[in-house]
Design a protein around this ligand. Structure first.
Ligand SMILES: [Zn+2]
Ligand SMILES: [Zn+2]
Length: 250
């Protein structure tokens, strides 16, 4: 099941901040997973023009995408989907069963295959969805687990159920260490004390590298930068994270 791939990369397409000149930033998240049997667009940002514009500037072809995953039903993750499907609908869209029906219905009407899941699902060798996790108060979310010979990387949209819980689920599901966490960690409302607890918990769980972006929040991102040091990865629109190569060095 594990994939030996040096070529596995995650490229941030859409984020609150820009890491490469010429791209646009906006509140939201999307990234592209390449190097596996399937090319996976994980989340779609808040709007289609920014998503497609950034993809074009990064030299990505929408038609290369095989699978689209929506982490959760918030507008800043689903907003670019319709426009994306109008350009390229020959994809399988993975949603949670608990999403509002409109998202699946609209995607089908634009020509996409839609698979609604509640439990874990394998997208292709090396890429598995976490299954639905529920935040206290009720936002359902799924995350993406990338499995390699060297360990696991976790990709989150907003991590509403908690980045620590998500890493724990990945560890439990895969039986391997989670070495890298990428995405929105939803800490922008947390106190520094609470962020410190999250960082130290992730370090106790042996998460070697952290790439927080989107709703992680500026002060939490700075805390990760300080506490992770060289193992902090700056994560912004346009940044390519060489997941396969990185994990091999673990
Ligand atoms: Zn959200
Ligand atoms: Zn979000």
């Amino acid at each position: 099941m594990d994939v030996r791939t040096e070529d596995l990369t995650v490229t941030i397409i859409y984020d609150n901040r820009v890491g490469v000149e010429g791209l646009k930033s906006a509140w939201g998240f999307a990234c592209l997973v390449e190097g596996l049997e399937k090319t996976i667009l994980f989340d779609t940002g808040a709007d289609g023009p920014t998503l497609l514009g950034n993809m074009a500037k990064l030299g990505m072809e929408p038609s290369d995408v095989d699978v689209v995953v929506l982490s959760h039903a918030h507008w800043d993750h689903t907003g670019g989907l319709a426009v994306f499907l109008d350009v390229h609908s020959a994809v399988t869209v993975y949603l949670l069963e608990s999403f509002p029906d409109e998202i699946g219905d609209d995607s089908r009407s634009r020509g996409a295959d839609v698979i609604e899941v509640s439990g874990p699902a394998e997208l292709c060798p090396g890429a598995t969805l976490s299954g639905e996790m529920m935040e206290q108060g009720g936002i359902a979310e799924q995350s993406l687990f990338l499995l390699t010979d060297s360990g696991v990387a976790v990709v989150t949209g907003c991590a509403h159920p908690g980045i620590v819980s998500t890493v724990e689920r990945a560890k439990q599901m895969t039986g391997q260490d989670v070495l890298l966490a990428i995405g929105g960690f939803h800490l922008f409302k947390d106190s520094d004390a609470s962020v410190r607890r999250v960082v130290s918990r992730l370090q106790e769980l042996d998460v070697r590298w952290a790439a927080p972006c989107h709703c992680s929040g500026d002060s939490a991102i700075q805390r990760f930068a300080d506490d992770y040091g060289d193992a902090f990865l700056r994560c912004r629109a346009g940044i390519v994270i060489p997941v396969g190569k990185l994990l091999q060095t673990a």
